[in-house]
Design a protein. Structure first.
Length: 589
């Protein structure tokens, strides 16, 4: 079974979503900034297709808390099994869907059979599940038992539940499906004879099940298990839930979060059967990078799953997933769009996905020319964040903004174009000493994109040096000594940049006494020394320069520097009157 279309109205942070999924997207990796609605999409799929008979809902699940607007989640599924399409099941309720995802009243030779599954929740907070038909007013009730046939399950924080035998757990359902009574007998024995009875219990059904579970746990990389068996779970007082999985003498519920999540995933898949649909929110949660990579590879290769939906904030997942599997989620005041990375995605964007995958998880991106600019901006952002935090306002991380090293001026325009084509808001910060990029920058600006450059002929070092007073230039040389470790090295850098040999002091005022060097000349020499000796050509160096600028702003008096910084500030922290209730109500991805 495949999900081909998802429509969500008035659910949590989503006011409206209508997402068509093309065929062949067996793995769907939802990426994008926090609060965009990724988790809500996962929960919406589970609510509509899962077999929970009484899921907890409240007024806060309604968009902006408006309970007068019903929650409606509609999911179109195709690739239906023969059992589902029987007339005694849902064969009389089928609709048709074409390649573009458009719905038709009936299936035909040109249309694939599908079911339109809907859950509606009004102010009574009672979910109502139905199968809908296109062009027909009738709807057909859908029970939790019938929804179980869809084989949809979610790996969530309730992992321990599926490591025990209970009436509703995956292990309990598998035991019941075999018609065995071993679990019930074991729990009765456990209530009377505790651990010894469980240890000595012989039951072919449980032994076979625990053996298969062990194999599955090892397959998905949950751990290295050798002795999975049933044991008494003393954390529960009820005899109805005291049988659990053990590795030797240790219950699986005592293992780490990542191991438990992978174990729950494997067990639930076994219970759901083949061609199931898996939902995982924040797939990286609790997993080391190597286990995350192995899991992603496993999910793609495992034919047990018809379709897998995951959300992630992990750059590793973004880097490892195939391009057609990545879907960017954006939320504009509750109107949510989900778009797969197009097949014609530029080579630049593909390189960025490998080299800077974290950028794909942001709302807005600043592409800076190099490491100096990146570090400088990070220092300024740290100061701005501190000031805003003290005033109770959002910081850069909360605004979803990242700074990216463009790795050279010629790379900035293509990176900006590639990211903008994927729907990101982008700002560029460039030097202005390379005329070969002028045309590319002009095209960006003509398309409405924001590019900031220093004065003509200047890079960042020259712009700052040219803005400084005489006292400020001397202070900058003190920073140079800290970066270059000693005075003699700085003097040598200055000499190579054109400072007369007669000058042996870092007091710039002393250079001006005989008139052979003026303020502009001193600034040029210092700028050339910084550039040639690469004082700040690293992220840490750029940070040091940025911190120095923050502390010495009063010395930047001869030229305009801060208007560009102010423009960057406004891009990061856009002015707004107040946060909307929709922003507050969005799910935390």
């Amino acid at each position: 079974m495949y999900v081909r279309r998802i429509q969500i109205a008035n659910y949590r942070g989503i006011r409206d979503l209508d997402w068509h999924l093309p065929r062949g997207r067996d793995l769907v990796c939802l990426i994008g900034p926090g609060d965009s609605g990724k988790s809500t999409i996962i929960e919406g799929l589970l609510l509509a297709l899962g077999d929970r008979w009484n899921p907890a809902t409240s007024d806060t699940d309604f968009f902006e808390g408006a309970i007068e607007n019903a929650i409606v989640i509609r999911v179109v599924v195709s690739g239906l099994s023969a059992a589902i399409m029987k007339e005694s099941a849902h064969g009389l309720h089928l609709s048709g869907i074409d390649e573009e995802g458009n719905l038709h009243q009936d299936p035909s030779d040109d249309l694939e059979p599908c079911l339109i599954v809907q859950v509606k929740i009004d102010s009574t907070l009672e979910p109502v599940w139905t199968i809908e038909r296109v062009g027909i007013g009738d709807s057909y009730s859908l029970s939790s038992h019938q929804r179980r046939e869809f084989a949809v399950f979610k790996v969530d924080e309730r992992t321990d539940t599926h490591l025990r035998w209970t009436r509703t757990s995956a292990l309990g359902r598998m035991s019941a499906a075999k018609g065995g009574t071993g679990a019930q007998n074991a729990m009765a024995v456990a209530a009377r004879a505790a651990r010894d009875a469980i240890r000595d219990l012989e039951d072919e059904g449980i032994d076979d099940l625990t053996s298969r579970v062990q194999q599955k746990l090892n397959e998905v990389g949950s751990g290295s298990f050798h002795a999975i068996q049933a044991g008494l779970d003393t954390s529960l007082s009820s005899a109805g839930g005291n049988l659990a999985l053990y590795e030797g003498a240790v219950p699986l519920s005592n293992f780490g979060l990542g191991s438990k999540r992978l174990s729950a995933l494997a067990i639930q898949q076994m219970a759901a059967g083949s061609r199931s649909i898996l939902l995982v929110d924040e797939i990286e949660h609790g997993l080391e990078p190597h286990r995350l990579v192995a899991l992603l590879q496993r999910l793609v290769a495992d034919e047990s799953y018809a379709q897998v939906f995951i959300t992630t904030h992990s750059p590793i997942a973004v880097e490892q997933a195939a391009t057609p599997n990545l879907a960017i989620v954006r939320n504009n005041g509750g109107t949510v769009r989900v778009e797969f990375l197009p097949e014609g995605t530029s080579e630049t964007a593909l390189r960025l996905r490998r080299s800077r995958p974290s950028s794909f998880l942001a709302k807005r991106i600043i592409v800076a020319e190099g490491k100096t600019e990146e570090g400088l901006l990070l220092a300024l952002i740290a100061r701005w964040d501190s000031e805003r935090s003290s005033a109770g306002r959002s910081i850069c991380a909360g605004e979803g903004v990242v700074v990216q090293d463009g790795q050279g001026g010629s790379e900035v325009p293509p990176r900006m174009r590639a990211l903008a084509a994927l729907g990101y808001e982008v700002l560029g910060l460039l030097d202005n000493d390379d005329r070969t990029v002028d045309k590319a920058v002009a095209k960006l600006e003509a398309s409405g994109m924001i590019v900031h450059r220093w004065a003509t002929g200047y890079n960042v070092e020259k712009q700052i040096a040219n803005a400084l007073s005489v006292e400020g230039l001397s202070c900058l040389l003190v920073l140079g000594v800290r970066v270059r470790r000693n005075v003699s090295t700085v003097l040598n850098d200055l000499a190579l940049a054109g400072l007369p040999d007669a000058y042996e002091s870092l007091d710039v005022a002393s250079w001006l006494v005989d008139g052979s060097v003026n303020v502009d000349g001193a600034a040029e020499i210092i700028a050339d020394a910084m550039i040639q000796a690469e004082w700040f050509k690293s992220v840490d160096g750029g940070r040091a320069l940025g911190d120095w600028i923050v502390e010495n702003r009063e010395h930047l008096v001869r030229d305009e520097v801060f208007p560009i910084f102010d423009a960057v500030h406004d891009f990061i922290y856009p002015p707004r009157a107040h946060a909307t209730s929709a922003e507050q109500n969005n799910d935390a991805d």
